[in-house]
Design a protein around this ligand. Structure first.
Ligand code: HEM
Ligand SMILES: *[C@@H]1O[C@H](CO)[C@@H](O)[C@H](O)[C@H]1NC(C)=O
Ligand SMILES: *[C@@H]1O[C@H](CO)[C@@H](O)[C@H](O)[C@H]1NC(C)=O
Length: 357
């Protein structure tokens, strides 16, 4: 008995030593924080600066949405015809890359981030990816995204045509993602989870801030439900190329999202996210982790994910907006019926635009 107790005591002591070795943290020069790698210490001040001075004290608003879009437009600049991936080239060579059609409007967030980039000692690629991951942590329902340091600054701009456009065909979108980073067909759908916190300023410039779903401040599954409602393709008039009229007032739908929701290769994966918050979080975290290191060997980067806060939870269910039911769904997945969901009570309302910030 005594021996057993001693053995148990010794093995607990050994475990504690092993744990301490695994989680040994360094004290940061700020005298407040600790980190597993001293290189991550500088990110605490950047985190606070971004939250206060770019993200309006922790909102999931336009600046967060634009910062997430920027992570993509920088990272996807890679492939068989050139580009260095997530290397900051979009901001370093701003004059060149923001002139590309697909980057319309992205100069706004580049210029808002610029003074913060100047105040902090990070490469531009690291900054852009960190700002996006941090910003998303303000959105209820979001997964906690990773943050890495060590991407060298770009030495050349990315070429044009690396960023997909809303009027591109599903074939061309799948091919572009495969070329950029060996993304599979389902991973392309996972990438579009991002559009749950999104609005368009320039797809139809007459209605800036028009969201892609009814809850652009929440990282939920409504986007996948609402893109499956019957919608009308706009005639290809100048100014709204790639736009589909959503049946929900105040909402815009990209033709690319409309088509991905209906193509036989992607429709079932698209539908699988409706009312599946856990899958939404898991897959977006996985695909962002792949995207955020494009152009780099992950082994060369330092993992500073501990600096990203745990996002607020969202525990509600997906629902049809008032006035809509399962009858309004344009079923596209042949294998599985659309989930049966409740309808929001009350009168039919229009979705409010995302205010500029
Ligand atoms: C087929 C691929 C994609 C296409 C065609 C596409 C296209 C677009 C377009 C046209 C807009 C509206 C821009 C404007 O007029 O202001 C937009 C917004 C946005 N996109 Fe994408 N996108 C794609 C994939 C992605 C990916 C992979 C991400 C991130 C991982 C992303 C994140 C966003 C976000 C967050 C916004 C909202 C920006 C805001 O509200 O200011 N998109 N996208
Ligand atoms: C800036 O960061 C680099 C790389 O992490 C580091 O070597 C350098 O000492 C830092 N400079 C300042 C002023 O903190
Ligand atoms: C691309 O991804 C597939 C899995 O989707 C994997 O089997 C293959 O090895 C990858 N190819 C490259 C070049 O990384």
């Amino acid at each position: 008995m005594a021996f057993k107790a001693l053995a148990a005591f010794l093995s607990v002591a050994a475990l504690q030593v092993a744990n301490a070795a695994l989680t040994r943290r360094v004290a940061c020069p700020d005298g407040i924080n600790t980190a597993t790698n001293a290189a991550c210490c500088s990110l605490f001040a950047l985190r606070d600066d971004l939250q206060q001075n770019l993200f309006d004290n922790g909102e999931c608003g336009e600046d967060v949405h634009e910062s997430l879009r920027l992570t993509f437009h920088d990272a996807i600049g890679i492939g068989s015809f050139g580009g260095g991936g997530a290397d900051g080239s979009i901001a370093i060579f701003e004059d060149i890359e923001t002139a590309f059609h697909a980057n319309a409007g992205i100069d706004e967030i580049i210029n808002e981030q610029k003074p913060l980039v100047a105040r902090h000692n990070l490469t531009v690629g690291d900054f852009i990816q960190f700002a996006g991951a941090l910003g998303v942590s303000n959105c209820p329902g979001a997964p906690r995204l990773p943050a890495f340091l060590g991407r060298p600054n770009a030495v050349a701009p990315a070429p044009d045509k690396t960023v997909p456009e809303p009027f591109d065909s599903v074939d061309s979108i799948l091919a572009r993602f495969a070329d950029a980073g060996n993304f599979s067909t389902v991973e392309v759908v996972w990438m579009l989870i991002s559009h749950t916190i999104a609005a368009a300023d320039l797809v139809d410039p007459t209605i800036p801030g028009t969201p892609f779903d009814s809850t652009p401040g929440r990282f939920d599954t409504q986007f996948f439900l609402e893109t499956q409602l019957k919608g009308t393709l706009f005639p290809g008039t100048a100014g709204n190329q790639g736009e589909v009229q959503s049946p929900l007032g105040g909402e815009i739908r990209l033709q690319s999202d409309h088509d991905l929701a209906r193509d036989s290769r992607t429709a079932c994966e698209w539908q699988s996210f409706v009312n599946n918050q856990a899958k939404l979080q898991n897959r977006f975290q996985a695909v962002f982790t792949k995207m955020t290191v494009l152009g780099h060997n992950p082994d060369d980067l330092i993992d500073c994910s501990e600096v990203i806060p745990e996002p607020p939870a969202f525990t509600g269910s997906a629902t049809f907006p008032a006035g809509f039911t399962n009858d309004d769904v344009e079923q596209a997945c042949a294998a599985t019926p659309f989930p049966t969901l409740a309808t929001d009570p009350g009168p039919v309302t229009s979705v409010a635009p995302v205010p500029p910030s």
